[in-house]
Ligand binder design. Structure first.
Ligand code: G1P
Ligand code: ZN
Length: 542
């Protein structure tokens, strides 16, 4: 029986770049998730009898949310739901399942790399039939609807047993509990040379993969250890936990320190990698050499043809604006275009759908290709393994060789987290107001060449997105970018992206922070970060 429940709107159910993301207690309020899901269904057309994919990253509240979504999907008239066993589907696997089964769309329960647990973060996002995040006109429609919602519809029924594979029913809707790994692993087997990677591991090659007690544990264990023969124990923190073991499931030098220390040591493994809460981010590190995500994108683009799925070459590259220009240099050499998009994976969707780009990436540890419509952590790891297996060089050698050929883009990101929102807004507003006065100004010996607020015109649908970050370019080719995070849940996060190009191979072995020290000082002084926020240093440096 379908129950129609009276409700009242909540404030601020506005999905951001990565869906609706709030603290768990916010989601636990009466009718909160129901309102959002009904607003979503009310914003979609013609899904009667269609298939919906549902899964999450296994964090606290995942199972409860999934039961609610299942019963509401049945009440709304979906014909079939594919749900990952245990409520698990990594974000790229969800994208893969949506595409492979030609589903109408999918609902992913995740707050990505944000901490989990009863006081941690939770999130819900909608992906469309191409497997990618809902475009802005859809998320805007959801938000508008959420402001006027007065009732929602839900099936009265027993909870679905999420731990038993196979088909059951919820009212008229078929519920198929699927193996969350199978479709994804099969796709990886088509893209990469699994035999070559198997040979690499058989030759004694050592690796550690840190699943950070999040969703990629089962995927990495099945693919790396069980399929490719990496030795047991290669995957660390491989069991998904609702609170990620109390850690921050974000693969970077700060939160994956245990792995980094291991790989940086003389006796450590030759190769290390990690992924985040929902499996879309990746970190790549070789013995003695951390690979920045911007360099990783460039190196993947330059070597993609070594993997069977990309042997015909790539048609184009896409990178988010704050990502370094290293990929542009590869694109130049290959004679293809490197598209520069606003931050957020959804901007890659049209380029991938139209065949304008094959690989894409963001400085925020996101890399992927046209195989799905989300960034994909394990994909990047397997691409690196494929490159290592073919070239039979170390990560450090491959990186040095790349810089030798293309030059090195020194790059770092400084984050100021949980800054007072009003202070952060004022800082950005002040920079915006000064854009026209900056060119020609000399700061600490560097002359500003031009400054702007990044705007993007989508080459496929012509849509324009403005105010995507303040860019300050200097005459020596250096660049500073300022933008506010769109994914935080407390206060504001100011991100500063710094980049300087170094063509001279004799100067490729500087420490990154040393190489960028002058620019860092300028970046702090220009908007008077300390005066405005009270912060004398960033909280996270990557
Ligand atoms: C961050 C990253 C961005 C990424 C997003 C979702 O967003 O910077 O590149 O697409 O997470 O993973 P931000 O907090 O900067 O808005
Ligand atoms: Zn993520």
């Amino acid at each position: 029986m379908i129950r129609v429940v009276a409700t009242t709107p909540y404030d601020g159910q506005k999905p951001g770049t990565s869906g609706l993301r709030k603290k768990v207690p916010v989601f636990q309020q009466p009718h909160y998730i129901e309102n959002f899901v009904q607003a979503l269904f009310d914003s979609l057309d013609a899904f009667e009898g269609e298939t919906l994919v549902i899964g999450g990253d296994g964090r606290y509240y995942n199972r409860e949310a999934i039961q609610t979504v299942l019963k509401m999907a049945a009440a709304a008239g979906f014909g079939r739901v594919l749900v990952g066993k245990g409520g698990i589907l990594s974000t790229p696997a969800a994208s893969c399942v949506i595409r492979k089964h030609e589903a109408f769309g999918g609902i992913i329960l995740s707050a990505s790399h944000n901490p989990g647990g009863p006081e941690g973060d939770f999130g819900i996002k909608y992906n469309i039939g191409n497997g990618g995040p809902a475009p802005e006109h859809v998320t805007d429609a959801i938000f508008e609807r959420s402001k006027t919602i007065r009732e929602y519809r839900i099936l009265d029924g027993e909870d679905v047993d999420l731990d038993a594979l196979g088909i059951t029913r919820l009212g008229d809707m078929v519920v198929d509990v699927i193996d969350p790994v199978e479709d994804y692993a099969e796709l990886m087997g088509e893209l990469f040379d699994f035999d070559a990677i198997r040979d690499l591991f058989a030759s004694g090659f050592s690796m550690r993969f840190d699943a950070m007690s999040a969703v990629t544990g089962p995927y990495a264990t099945a693919i790396l250890e069980e399929t490719l023969g990496a030795r047991p124990g290669t995957v660390m923190h491989g069991t998904p936990l609702p609170d990620f073991g109390g850690h921050h499931p974000d693969p970077n030098l700060v939160h994956a320190k245990e792995l980094c220390d291991l790989v940086m040591s003389e006796e450590g493994p030759e190769f290390g990698a990690a992924s985040d809460g929902d499996g879309d981010r990746n970190m790549i590190i070789g013995r003695g050499r951390f690979v920045t995500p911007s360099d990783s994108l460039a190196i993947i683009a330059a070597n993609a043809h070594l993997a069977p799925g990309y042997k015909a070459g790539i048609t184009g590259i896409a990178r988010s604006m704050p990502t370094s220009g290293a990929a542009d240099r590869v694109a130049d050499k290959l004679g293809i275009t490197c598209y520069e998009t606003p931050t957020g994976w959804k901007f890659f969707g049209n380029l991938l759908d139209a065949g304008l780009a094959t690989v894409c990436g963001e400085e925020s540890f996101g890399t992927g290709s046209n195989h799905v419509r989300e960034k994909d952590g394990l994909w990047a790891v397997l691409m690196w393994l494929n490159i290592l297996a073919t070239r039979r060089q170390s990560v450090a050698e491959i990186v040095a060789d790349h810089w030798q050929t293309y030059g090195r883009n020194y790059y770092t990101r400084h984050d100021y987290e949980e800054v007072d929102s009003a202070a952060a807004d004022a800082l950005m507003a002040d920079l915006r107001a000064r854009l026209e006065t900056l060119p020609g100004t000399v700061i600490n010996g560097l002359t500003v060449e031009r400054a702007d607020d990044f705007a993007y015109r989508d080459p496929v649908d012509g849509s324009v997105t403005t105010k995507q970050g303040i860019r300050v370019f200097f005459e020596d080719g250096s660049r500073i970018v300022y933008r506010l995070s769109g994914t935080g849940t407390a206060g504001a996060t100011l991100r500063i992206y710094l980049e300087r190009f170094e063509p001279d191979a004799a100067r490729h072995d500087l420490d990154t922070q040393d190489a960028l020290a002058g620019l860092v000082q300028i970046a702090r002084d220009l908007p008077d970060i300390e005066g405005r926020t009270g912060r004398s240093a960033p909280t996270v440096i990557t």
